[in-house]
Design a protein around this ligand. Structure first.
Ligand SMILES: NC(=O)c1ccc[n+]([C@@H]2O[C@H](COP(=O)([O-])OP(=O)(O)OC[C@H]3O[C@@H](n4cnc5c(N)ncnc54)[C@H](OP(=O)(O)O)[C@@H]3O)[C@@H](O)[C@H]2O)c1
Length: 289
């Protein structure tokens, strides 16, 4: 029986892990207030007390735009916190599973990014997340980093996700705008949670891209959400979606455009395909209904 401590216990991925209820793992969830990545002494105390075999660190500062203004705090959570946690875990022979982001890439490629591709973060969120994953991998060869993208799923308290925003606009009949030049892979949180446990059982280490199959633009992702919502009876009809490019939003923060990651390595390791995000989207919409 694996004893696994899951940090960020109130987040989306943690919720998906909780829902899995694996028979061979004892999962202990600690939320932000009980396990703060910026409070090293308390982290150490919790690790000593719980004495897990594995820590799954889902905690992160994910508000990409806010990272530009909350520079110190976001760096403390996304870069320094994971480094400390990785060191504590290594000292106690605990394996750490940590999550990275597709945003570490600059988006200049036109074909999927592999683990060996060189990152080049364009904004502060991406810089902090890259520093965090590098620290984790540097600290111990037993640690595992899973880079993922556009994570979605149903969560009892999260009603501001991209899927919710699109559905709210559809229900109010608002016209939508979505970018055609931002392309990545939506990844269903319960799928990511399942692969995480499979990798822990296999004893996988190092850096692995963990995404569903099928890259899409924000525009196509929006259209898919609307199509499936109509199918699920959540909205009578899909409102028009206007195609725009990233430049339209006139943001001062730089975002990468194409950040599709290849899941070839994960597919080989787990010996099965990761599958499209579409069945996950259908499940999420059914839960929302
Ligand atoms: N969601 C995505 O699209 C996406 C894309 C790429 C990578 N990822 C990565 O995937 C992982 C899981 O993401 P997720 O979607 O499950 O994130 P999430 O829903 O935002 O959950 C993150 C959790 O971390 C907690 N947290 C924030 N600051 C903390 C701190 N200082 N100490 C401890 N906990 C803290 C948050 O709690 P409070 O809300 O109470 O502060 C929140 O419950 C993260 O590493 C994320 O960077 C996510």
């Amino acid at each position: 029986m694996f004893k696994i401590l899951v940090t960020g216990g109130d987040g989306l991925l943690a919720h998906a892990l909780r829902e899995l209820q694996p028979a061979d793992c004892d999962l202990v969830f600690l939320s932000h207030s009980d396990f703060d990545l910026t409070a090293p002494a308390r982290m150490q105390e919790q690790l000593d007390e719980i004495a897990p075999h594995v820590v799954i660190n889902t905690a992160a500062y994910n508000l990409v735009d806010h990272c530009e203004t909350e520079r110190e705090l976001s760096w403390a959570v996304n870069a320094v916190g994971p480094q400390r946690l990785a060191e504590f875990c290594a000292r106690a022979d605990i394996r750490l599973v940590h999550y990275g982001t597709d945003y570490v890439f600059d988006g200049k490629k036109t074909s999927p990014y592999f683990e060996a591709d060189t990152p080049n973060p364009l904004n502060h969120y991406a810089g902090g997340k890259l520093a965090g994953e590098q620290a984790v991998l540097r600290t111990s060869t037993k640690h595992l980093v899973l880079r993922t993208s556009w994570v979605f799923g149903w969560h009892p308290t999260q009603t501001k996700t991209f899927v919710h925003t699109i559905l709210r606009a559809a229900c109010k009949g608002h016209e939508l705008k979505a970018t055609t030049d931002q392309v990545s892979v939506p990844t269903f949180a319960p799928d990511l949670a399942q692969w995480t446990l499979e990798l822990i059982r296999l004893g996988a280490t190092g850096l692995i891209h963990a995404v569903n199959d099928e890259g899409v633009s924000r525009y196509d992702w929006t259209r898919a959400i609307l199509e499936e919502a109509v199918r699920a009876g959540l909205t009578p009809q899909a409102p028009p979606v206007e195609k725009v490019t990233t430049a339209f939003f006139n943001s001062t923060m730089r975002r990468p455009t194409y950040t599709v990651m290849s899941n070839e390595k994960l597919t080989k390791l787990l010996n099965h395909r990761m599958g499209s995000w579409r069945p996950g989207l259908r499940k999420m919409l059914a839960q929302m209904k």
